[in-house]
Design a protein around this ligand. Structure first.
Ligand code: FUC
Length: 787
């Protein structure tokens, strides 16, 4: 059952009968026998604030659905509506300053180096553009009577938000979805009983725009984006709404549409901007939005819904997860979050896992923009951190769940972004550093800006593009599509070439190092963040050079470059263990003297996760040092910081600590009633980090090793997961009980050798293509047999 049936609604899901305005003080939530299934977020009152509203999206169009009764609000987004227009922020003065900055760093004059970077190397402007709201669809329902049996929900399996309530003998149902097939938001308002749907349909926006309803019954909002930080406005946008009533009338009323006396009405909303590429804003938003509305209007509602469901489920249903169910699962979602520290609610972790997958499906589909700091959901013109792409952790974290939770297609927008910044970043590499290849600093935006921003202590970090390249390799490694690898290899090579040209030799050790750089965004004890060769840089570069060498070998290309990459990799500084046994964040052993010992970033632990360079089995001393560093840093952090810690504890094999940290992530401090991750305010990376971390607790895939149940906590004694992916194109299903493996099914798309690990047992196996095997424990021993 996906939402309460009509009969249940009439019986009364909630006990109280409430006048619409009184809904804000909804009844206390008791467990409900009629609670929807495990993949549904549900509530007994409308959203009062944005972080209670429910997110829908088709990758490009997004809406936050409030579920109001007399006034429904859908806050709208279109993923290319950002401020500004094409611009190049690279500061041509930077190249001349570079040797001086490097010299100051080499002399340990970090504060002076930072001042010089701020004065001579930062981007112009020193900020990037912001992702912005499109506005709101407002639905006013005049003359509604007393409301009973209110229920609203978001069914993750259908990607439909539904609000349902009774007035007298009439059940009012409002369904909203964002179709990835028809590129429209679809709203169906219906009344079953003697009542009818009367609604005034409005569009509004804080952008500069004009709204009007024409004689044909089309409501339109046309406007321009705003200028920001001296970058002029260059985008036009159009949002259109057509109302299609059954058994009623629709007529224009100046700036809105009036629907009266309908049994039901379908609203189709389309939106577009003139954005085509980061350097091309010549699109025709009227033609695009008009085309979408017109095409959708020719299809009856069931056809629109069926196409939407099929497209969504083709992705969403690839993975199922069951971590156990307790009575808490029958509570409304807001109460489960509110009481999560007291409740034993493993099903909330499973719901959170699937919610992350849902959010990725809704915010990143082939052809759309990648999921930004808020996915696609943002109600502001000036969101925190511009709701852009912070590539010193946040954008990468967004995509951590994509490969292991079987959503590889959704990485396409990130790959496209990397292609774009390889172009803009080639200019930055040349102009700022006099180097070949391409690079990006710690942020980018719709216009693919790659210069350092925000101030030296955050922005002077040249590894943003290099880290993103890990996702190119991982996409290949999980799927083993050689053509894909061939298509992205030039991007990886270009990223590596930049460092071949810019690494400097440390006069003391002879190691090659990045300079200037920093360990994001952690100030060290010498009055600055700037340094040469922080640990994370070396770790990212080891991955980049290794992956370039492997890719070139697979593709049979570039023997000279391969040799040079391998030689350079060997000259990078190794990871070091410091005086309290911690993994050093910098070349110097400064970790215990930093101003912020509990800093939210854990950059030097990149080597543990997402990379696998440091590992309990292959490098136990370094893994112990990483553990020490994580302990020193502490588990408390902002949402994404906790999300990263969750993955790290799982990788380090500490199931109970990982579970503790997951519970911290699910607290109201980090999770809003609508399950959005709090920074605060909202930042989506923690959601994705949470999904990746829960996955990491049950399946670990590193090199050719498949580690079953690597960090299974006592709180999840029985459960199952199906459809996960391991490296080497392997599908993995696992079920367990009493905290022990019952069975795992492995099915590879490519033949290949794998190492299977469960507890202390290790087994080498060869998987044949499309010949699934069953893994069991018999007499305490692993055994593998054809299925
Ligand atoms: C990084 C983090 C901040 C925030 C921002 C968007 O700079 O340090 O906490 O998440 O990105």
């Amino acid at each position: 059952m996906t939402f309460c049936s009509r009969r249940q609604a009439l019986k009364g899901i909630g006990a109280a009968t409430l006048a619409a305005p009184a809904l804000a003080h909804a009844q206390a939530a008791a467990p409900s026998a009629d609670a929807p299934g495990p993949l549904t977020l549900w509530y007994r009152q409308p959203a009062k604030v944005w972080t209670e509203a429910l997110a829908i999206g088709n990758g490009r169009l997004g809406a936050m659905v409030f579920g109001g009764v007399a006034r429904e609000q859908l806050q709208l987004n279109e993923d290319t509506l950002w401020s500004g227009g094409p611009y190049d922020p690279v500061n041509p003065e930077a190249l001349a300053a570079l040797p001086d900055v490097r010299a100051l760093i080499a002399q340990g004059k970090y504060a002076e180096a930072e001042a010089m970077v701020n004065a001579r190397m930062m981007g112009t402007p020193v900020r990037q553009m912001s992702y912005q709201t499109l506005g709101d669809l407002g639905l006013d329902f005049p003359g509604l009577g007393e409301v009973a049996d209110y229920h609203r929900e978001l069914d993750l399996d259908r990607a439909v938000a539904t609000t349902r309530f009774r007035i007298g003998d009439t059940i009012h149902t409002r369904e909203v979805f964002a179709s990835p097939v028809d590129q429209v938001l679809v709203v169906r308002l219906s009344a079953e009983g003697s009542g009818r749907v009367d609604v005034d349909v409005r569009l509004s926006t804080p952008q500069k725009a004009e709204v009007k309803a024409d004689a044909s019954g089309l409501l339109s909002m046309r406007g321009r984006n705003g200028a920001q930080h001296g970058v002029e406005s260059a985008l036009r946008f159009t949002c259109l709404v057509r109302a299609l009533p059954v058994g009623g009338t629709v007529e224009p009323a100046g700036d809105h549409l009036k629907v009266r006396g309908a049994e039901s009405v379908v609203l189709l909303l389309a939106a577009s901007t003139s954005f085509r590429r980061y350097d091309d804003v010549s699109g025709d938003p009227d033609a695009i939005a008009g085309g979408h509305v017109q095409a959708a209007a020719e299809k009856p509602f069931p056809r629109l819904l069926d196409a939407h469901l099929a497209s969504h489920r083709a992705l969403f249903r690839r993975v199922a997860i069951d971590l156990g169910t307790t009575a808490a699962a029958r509570l409304p979602t807001d109460q489960r979050v509110r009481d999560s520290e007291a409740l034993n609610d493993p099903a909330l972790a499973a719901l959170y896992h699937q919610f992350g997958r849902y959010l990725l499906i809704c915010s990143s589909r082939p052809g759309t923009q990648p999921a930004n700091l808020q996915g696609i959901w943002n109600d502001s013109l000036k969101p925190s951190w511009g709701s852009k792409y912070t590539i010193n952790i946040n954008t990468e974290m967004n995509y951590w769940p994509a490969e292991p939770t079987a959503l590889p297609e959704l990485v396409e927008p990130l790959v496209s972004l990397i292609r774009d910044i390889a172009e803009t970043g080639a200019r930055t590499a040349r102009t700022m550093y006099g180097a070949r290849g391409w690079m990006a600093h710690h942020n980018t935006d719709l216009w693919r800006a790659t210069a350092p921003i925000d101030g030296a202590q955050y922005g002077m970090w040249p590894l943003g593009g290099a880290w993103l390249c890990l996702h190119l390799w991982d996409h290949y490694d999980y799927g083993r599509d050689r053509d894909f690898l061939a298509s992205v290899y030039p991007l990886m090579k270009g990223a590596a070439e930049f460092f071949l040209d810019t690494l400097v030799e440390d006069p003391k050790s002879g190691y090659l190092m990045t300079s200037p750089s920093l360990s994001p965004e952690n100030p060290h004890p010498h009055g600055s963040s700037l340094v040469a060769g922080p640990a994370m840089d070396q770790q990212i570069l080891r991955d980049l050079f290794d992956n370039c060498v492997k890719a070139a070998e697979i593709l049979g290309l570039d023997p000279d470059f391969r040799a040079q990459a391998a030689k350079t990799r060997a000259r990078l500084a190794p990871d070091r263990i410091g005086r309290v046994g911690q993994l050093q964040e910098w070349v110097e052993d400064w970790d215990m003297q930093v101003p912020e010992i509990h800093h939210r970033h854990v950059s030097h632990l990149y080597a543990v996760y997402p990379s696998g360079q440091i590992d309990m089995f292959d490098t136990p001393e370094l893994a112990a040092a990483a553990r020490k560093s994580l302990d020193i840093r502490g588990d408390e952090a902002t949402g994404w910081g906790i999300g990263w810690r969750l993955n790290l504890w799982a990788r380090l094999g500490d199931a109970e600590r990982a579970h503790l940290v997951l519970r911290m992530l699910l607290r109201p401090k980090c999770t809003y009633p609508n399950l959005f991750d709090s920074h605060p305010p909202f930042q989506i990376d923690g959601n994705f980090g949470g999904t990746a971390g829960i996955t990491e607790m049950v399946l670990r895939s590193r090199r050719n090793e498949i580690h079953l149940l690597p960090a299974l906590p006592g709180a999840w004694p029985k459960g199952s997961v199906t459809g996960l992916r391991a490296r080497g194109a392997v599908r993995v299903d696992i079920s367990w009980s009493g905290g022990m493996l019952d069975q795992a099914i492995l099915e590879a798309r490519m033949p290949g050798p794998h190492r299977l690990r469960l507890g202390k047992q290790v087994m080498e196996i060869d998987l044949e293509a499309r010949k699934p095997v069953r893994v069991t424990r018999t007499g305490g021993k692993l055994s593998v047999a054809p299925l």
